[in-house]
Design a protein around this ligand. Structure first.
Ligand code: SAM
Length: 274
């Protein structure tokens, strides 16, 4: 059984990390700034620096900044929200997380891994595309991931594919990492292809990416995965992922689904140009 409630996990972790950030200041005037252009000013060893929220490499290099910025200041709840939702859906289905081997894609500095570990999963493998994410995970959460790969799922080297398949994952998590120039539909589908059938997937997406006229490709992909029987959606829930730098709620959709059919090359190839 976990010793901490999952909401307390990042706070406890932040205490262990010894944040190097003296202060974070969010700008006063924010009209018209897109979510992936948001920024803040931080004070680090007495010096001011401007940091764009989505410049993850720079964020991860400063111990404690990601946790303080997104979780303390911007009230992000997604890693614990998605992990708890997954746990409750899986339990309702008579299964238990202790047999889960998780592939966490867009793992960043390991906040989702922390949550899944606390819920008692068997193993966790992380994937990200920037080395700074893995370095931060090894620095701040050295005991969470069994393995961590820096690789590009849209063009996966054979050697990485082989190792990832050997991890024999039966659950895919991807939190706060789809869209916005981050993980594209092809990489998400490839990640889904890497887990076992049957398996589970838990992810979140900004609600706009699931609308009929979305042009990120996710709305179409998720619909197709359901329609053509690759996945079975068990839970589709709108919730507040975090607030924007101006203090407005940002709504995302949490999805918990079961992978029930192997993906085929035709599906993956059709996503090459999306
Ligand atoms: C907002 S962070 C989320 C980290 C973590 N999942 C969490 O919830 O705290 C997004 C992460 O996705 C990663 N990412 C972006 N594009 C990616 C891609 N194509 N493949 C894998 N990871 C990617 C970024 O490097 C970053 O670490």
């Amino acid at each position: 059984m976990p010793e901490l409630s999952t909401d307390a996990i990042w706070q406890n972790r932040l205490e262990q990390i010894h944040s190097e950030v003296d202060d974070i200041r969010l700008p006063d005037v924010v009209d018209g700034v897109e979510q992936d252009e948001e920024w803040c000013e931080i004070v680090l060893n007495g010096e001011k620096r401007r940091i764009r929220f989505h410049d993850y490499a720079n964020v991860f290099r400063i111990p404690g900044l990601y946790e303080e910025l997104f979780y303390e200041n911007l009230k992000c709840c997604s890693p614990s929200y998605i992990a708890n939702l997954l746990e409750s859906v899986v339990r309702e289905n008579g299964e238990s997380l202790d047999e889960f081997r998780v592939l966490d894609v867009g793992a960043g500095n390991g906040m989702v891994g922390d949550q899944m570990q606390a819920l008692g999963v068997d193993s966790i493998v992380g994937v990200d595309i920037i080395p700074a994410a893995m370095e931060a995970t090894h620095r701040d959460r050295p005991d969470v991931y069994d393995d961590y790969y820096i690789t590009d799922l849209t063009d996966l080297p054979e050697v990485d594919e082989e190792s990832l398949r050997q991890a024999d994952a039966n659950c895919l998590t991807t939190v706060a990492a789809l869209g916005f120039g981050d993980i594209p539909p092809l990489a998400f589908a490839k990640a889904l292809d890497l887990i076992a059938t049957p398996g589970w997937l838990a992810f979140n997406l900004k609600e706009d990416f699931l609308r009929e006229h979305d042009d990120s490709g996710f709305s179409q992909l998720i619909r197709r995965l359901n329609r053509d029987g690759y996945i079975q959606t068990h839970c589709y829930r709108r919730y507040q992922h975090r607030i924007s730098m101006g203090g407005d709620p940002l709504f995302y959709v949490a999805v918990i689904a079961r992978k029930v059919k192997e993906l085929d090359n035709e599906l993956l190839e059709s996503l090459q140009s999306v």
